[in-house]
Design a protein around this ligand. Structure first.
Ligand code: BES
Ligand code: MN
Ligand code: ZN
Length: 506
């Protein structure tokens, strides 16, 4: 797995008494620089004022300016890094994560190894310890890199900074420490999900995922159950079997159980893991098809989430279910027109073999029912239509329970993994009626994401609080943001962790 930075240590001492490579100072837009600059040694306050007066930096979020440390400044530091925080009353957790990522990127670029961050953390509506944790989270999230298949990493990524010290008040140190423990667990979960996404499909196939699940189970005391072809057949899971039948890499159904909540009913999370989606006989166009290695990102998020929950030892029960298959065209692949009897008994006419995610999720959602979930949440890179509707800024949110959806949306806001709701009016269900079976896997081209949601809803029991997250647009980061480097984003891990902590602990 990827290279990690050592744990972020916290320092509560005076900046002038600290020694390291670089002092990082946060500057808000339109505010006077912080009082604490006076403690940073001679010349520091002056140079910050000079920089602002000369408009080398305005304090806008994302700005940064590297200066040599004035003589007499914080002991030993070579450099002074000014970081824009934006308008003071507009600072959110997610913005702080971005700022953390920017600090990391600057340190890497300028080969600064040890950094002391002096960022004003007081802000209305946000506890100082929460703000500190968000900043640290951003630094850690930004430190991710994936270089398993490079003999030499690119020049600008070669250097890895060693430590970031957050200057926090003495009275906050314990709370920050506590939060940082959780942040590390969550970030490790995100990294696992990113790694699984970034490894190519000739490595990550259904069996690889099953082995990863076994490893995770051994390391974290999770109960792992793997269904291979025989078990899938015995359970009548013909949705998973049909999608997988075109590949020599046979499908699997992976179940991970984390139990630390007595007899409380569990949170069950289901993640689509198509390790490669060529479309099957309804073959996709060649252009950008390589990105379909990310079609297992829902499953990756489930793995990352379970690892994080187990590391944090949350006093709850969680079950992760990952149906894994490879969707390829071949002489054994399923055909358009085929009719499958799913494990639930609902028969599905396959109109388009490229609408495969819903077929494997059908069996997985049905399987989830045996755990009597308190909440059932699935994550899937399900529809290109979701990217058309929402772009890459948020994931689609569908479901049958307003309260659950509201809670998820809120938690998405806080975690920075945002969701936006789409309707599932009963009329939509008309479009997936089939002439030959109970339903078909593709209806009209209109409202594609909703069609996917409607299809899945047929496999969830009445009254079960269920939500479906369409992460087609958010699973892969295309441009690269400070705390989300290019490639697999690990989307969903942060969100699910926040949800579990907030809504499963009672
Ligand atoms: N994995 C794709 C959806 C996807 C597209 C994810 C682009 C990420 C980026 C899914 O299996 C798929 O092919 N969906 C079809 C459904 C259609 C045939 C009803 C789609 O969106 O075109
Ligand atoms: Mn597909
Ligand atoms: Zn797919």
């Amino acid at each position: 797995m990827s290279e990690r930075m050592p744990a972020t240590p916290i320092d509560t001492g005076k900046p002038s008494a600290w020694s390291g490579d670089c002092l990082v100072i946060g500057v808000c837009e339109g505010n006077k620089p912080q009082e604490a600059l006076k403690l940073c040694g001679q010349g520091v306050e002056e140079i910050v004022h000079t920089a602002l007066a000369a408009k080398w930096l305005h304090g806008k979020a994302g700005e940064s300016l590297l200066l040599p440390m004035p003589a007499g400044g914080a002991s030993g530091a070579r450099a002074l890094l000014l970081i824009g925080l934006g308008k003071r009353d507009e600072i959110t957790r997610e913005r702080l994560r971005g700022i953390g990522g920017t600090i990391f990127a600057q340190a890497r670029k300028s080969t600064l190894s040890t950094l002391l961050c002096l960022i004003p953390l007081d802000r209305q509506g946000l506890k100082r310890s929460v703000a500190a944790a968000a900043l640290a989270e951003g630094v850690l999230l930004g430190s991710y890199r994936f270089d398993h298949y490079r003999q030499e990493s690119p020049e600008n990524e070669r250097f890895q900074p060693q430590s970031f010290t957050l200057a926090v008040r003495k009275e906050d140190a314990a709370a920050v420490d506590e939060r940082l423990k959780r942040v590390r667990a969550v970030v490790d979960g995100v990294f696992l999900a990113r790694d699984l996404g970034n490894h190519p499909a000739n490595v990550v196939n259904p069996d690889y995922l099953a082995n990863q699940a076994r490893l995770l189970g051994e390391r974290h005391d999770l109960r792992t159950t793997i269904f291979g072809i025989d078990e899938l057949q015995a359970a009548g899971m013909n949705g998973i079997l049909a999608v997988g039948q075109g590949s020599r890499n046979h499908p699997r159904l992976i179940t991970l159980e984390y139990r630390n909540g007595g007899d409380k009913s569990p949170l069950v999370v289901v993640g689509k893991a198509i390790t490669f989606d060529a479309g099957g006989i309804s073959l996709k166009p060649a252009e950008k098809m390589e990105n379909m290695k990310y079609d297992m990102s829902g499953g990756a998020a489930v793995f990352g989430f379970l690892q994080a929950v187990a590391t944090m030892r949350l006093p709850i029960n969680v079950v992760g279910i990952v149906p894994a298959a490879e969707n390829l065209p071949s002489g054994t692949a399923q055909r358009p027109g085929d009719i499958i009897r799913t494990a639930k008994g609902v028969c599905v006419e396959v109109i388009n073999t490229d609408a495969e995610g819903r077929l494997i999720l059908a069996d997985a959602l049905h399987h989830a029912e045996r755990f009597q979930p308190r909440y059932l949440i699935d994550l899937a890179t399900l529809t290109g239509a979701c990217v058309v509707a929402l772009g890459v800024e948020c994931a689609g949110l569908l479901g049958n329970d307003k309260r659950l959806m509201r809670r998820l949306q809120r938690v998405g806001e806080e975690s920075g993994e945002r969701l936006w709701p789409l309707p599932m009016f009963p009329e939509y269900q008309e479009h997936i009626k089939s002439d030959f079976a109970d339903i078909k896997n593709a209806g009209t081209r209109d409202a594609g994401t909703i069609m996917g949601g409607c299809f899945l809803s047929r496999f969830v029991e009445k009254g079960r609080p269920w939500a479906h997250l369409d992460i087609a647009g958010t699973a892969q980061e295309k441009t690269g943001r400070p705390h989300v480097p290019k490639g697999g984003s690990g989307f969903g891990v942060r969100l699910l962790c926040a949800f579990a902590r907030k809504h499963m602990m009672d």
